[in-house]
Design a protein around this ligand. Structure first.
Ligand SMILES: *Cc1c(COP(=O)(O)O)cnc(C)c1O
Length: 454
């Protein structure tokens, strides 16, 4: 028998998160206050986040200890298995070795609980009683609801109204974990009431939901806000994925030539790749890193590297990132988790340094790859994850053409069991490819804030 799964014991759950800032040749640009144009300090963020997370946001320590209570909850599904995709390799008839890290084994079916559990812990340690967040398709909301349940915190979720209506199972999941879920725009906040005044039938947007969640968190001293991607501390928590994978690959005597992940805000890709990128920065590994994004929301491939707001309502600090402009509204593609106008500042910085490659993929090709993957490996990937599957298959076929054997590693960020409507629509021929023209991108970028950098 050949090895398919590499499974680590509970005791091998990493003891530290890996902080890539320690190995960067230069630090990423500072986060700026939109009013003054000056770098924000910890006190500016304190109303929203606990101090431990703010300190992680700016830390330059290479390793940050994972608290024991967080490791104890991770034990419910971590270490996650590393699979060798032998059946897919056979189906493709490729000399490449394909490995995937299966983050779909978590209670909510994706990588998102890795940071949700850590965030809930640090908030609880500082006396916070309730976490407020927004959710689009519901993957983040259900993960934070789960984490709140595990850590004994209340969770309140503002769910984009159209998803609230169309994704009843994700809502039921959040409620099963004891969270309160409100369709956004709601009449519970000024931001929500304003949106409803403008349009009583508003379908909602992530931008409005973020504004509602922030408003509620700021209005209650026992509540804080929580974000599921983009920020440095979120990417940091996700590095448990890559730290485990390094150990698993060394157990089977392999080292990756190509590391692949899908990228929405950048957290699952960073989680798998940063420990390997760190090794490359230290001169210990020679590998390529490819982020797969949707052609309908081409942040890294068509956006500009500039200071922009994190939300549509323009209430957040300014961060330097690859962005399509905070006014950018992507078409309704099914990979809901990849529809963010910006990219994590750390990911953007690595792209500028020439370490990260990016590829924009169309959804029809991605679903085709997802079906091919399910046929070979049995696991149905989340629509987001099919973007990584597509690039992995393309690279494996290139190996076949060139007659070279490379080690390809990708992150299977989640399973698709709550997204079968997307597969149904794909089979029914209802999905289309959509590509933004240069003119449309220029238009959405015209509204970028003017920032004079020091
Ligand atoms: C949320 C989500 C993503 C995208 O978010 P990142 O921060 O880019 O990782 C990708 N895959 C799945 C399954 C998700 O739930």
């Amino acid at each position: 028998m050949h090895v398919i799964k590499t499974v680590l014991p509970d005791t091998s759950i990493p003891r530290t998160f890996y902080n890539i800032t320690a190995d960067l040749p230069e630090p990423p640009p500072p986060v700026l206050h939109p009013g003054t144009g000056q770098p924000v300090g910890p006190d500016d963020l304190a109303p929203l986040f606990p101090m431990a997370l703010i300190m992680q946001e700016v830390s330059t320590e290479r390793e940050i200890e994972i608290p024991e209570p967080v490791r104890a909850i991770y034990q419910q599904w971590r270490p996650s298995p590393l699979f060798r995709a032998r059946r897919l390799e056979q189906a493709l008839d490729t000399p490449a070795k394909i490995y995937y890290k299966h983050e779909g084994v978590s209670p909510t079916g994706s990588h998102k609980p890795n940071t949700a559990v850590a965030q809930a812990f640090y908030n609880r340690e500082e006396g916070v009683r309730k976490l407020i967040t927004e959710t689009g398709a519901g993957q983040w909301g259900s993960s934070l609801a789960y984490a709140g349940q595990m850590m004994g915190l209340d969770v309140e979720v503002y769910m984009v109204r159209v998803s609230y209506q169309q994704k009843p199972y994700r809502r039921a999941m959040m409620e099963t974990y004891g969270a309160s879920v409100f369709p956004s725009p709601s009449d519970r906040t000024q931001a929500g009431r304003k949106a409803l005044d403008n349009n009583p039938n508003s379908p909602g947007s992530l931008g409005i939901a973020i504004s509602e969640a922030i408003e509620v968190a700021l209005g209650d001293e026992h509540s804080k806000y929580s974000l599921g991607s983009v920020l440095n501390h979120v990417l940091l928590h996700q590095t448990v994925i890559g730290v485990e994978t390094m150990e698993q690959l060394s157990m089977v005597g392999d080292s990756p030539d190509i590391v692949i992940g899908c990228a929405g805000g950048g957290s699952n890709f960073a989680g798998l790749s940063f420990p390997f990128i760190g090794a490359r920065l230290r001169g210990e590994l020679d590998a390529r890193f490819i982020a797969a994004e949707p052609a309908s929301c081409p942040t890294l491939t068509k956006g500009v590297y500039a200071y922009d707001f994190g939300d549509t309502a323009n209430t957040t600090p300014l961060v330097k990132m690859h962005t399509l402009g905070s006014a950018f509204i992507p078409p309704g593609i099914h990979a809901g988790g990849l529809r963010y106008h910006g990219m994590a500042p750390l990911m953007s910085h690595l792209k500028e340094l020439g370490i990260l490659e990016a590829r924009a993929e169309h959804q029809l090709g991605c679903f085709n790859a997802g079906v091919q993957f399910a046929a070979a490996e049995g696991i149905i990937p989340a629509p987001e994850s099919t973007h990584a599957v597509k690039v992995a298959i393309d690279e494996a076929l290139r190996c076949k053409e060139e007659g070279s054997s490379r080690v390809i590693l990708f992150n299977l960020s989640g399973h698709g069991h709550f997204d079968m409507q997307a597969y149904t629509d794909y089979f029914a021929g209802k999905l289309q490819d959509y590509e933004y023209s240069e003119t449309e991108v220029r238009q959405s970028l015209a509204g970028l804030p003017k920032v004079t950098e020091a």
